[in-house]
Design a protein around this ligand. Structure first.
Ligand SMILES: [Zn+2]
Length: 65
């Protein structure tokens, strides 16, 4: 598994600028449009991964709340 590559930019999610971000995807607004890259900072990326995980089967620690 390769570590995400981080570069200085703006996070699409928390709107901070000049921070370490990594590309996670891109948005296309229409046909023939140049895709706009989406970049997220490390903390937002971790939250997105957690959200992704929670869309799966309910885990034991969730049931224990
Ligand atoms: Zn962020």
């Amino acid at each position: 598994m390769t570590e995400p590559r981080y570069e200085v930019g703006a996070c699409f999610r928390c709107d901070r600028d000049g921070i370490q971000v990594t590309p996670i995807g891109e948005i296309t607004t229409g046909q023939g449009e140049t895709p706009t890259p989406i970049e997220a900072c490390r903390s937002c990326l971790e939250r997105l991964v957690v959200m992704h995980d929670q869309s799966g089967p309910v885990r034991r620690y969730t049931a224990a709340l």
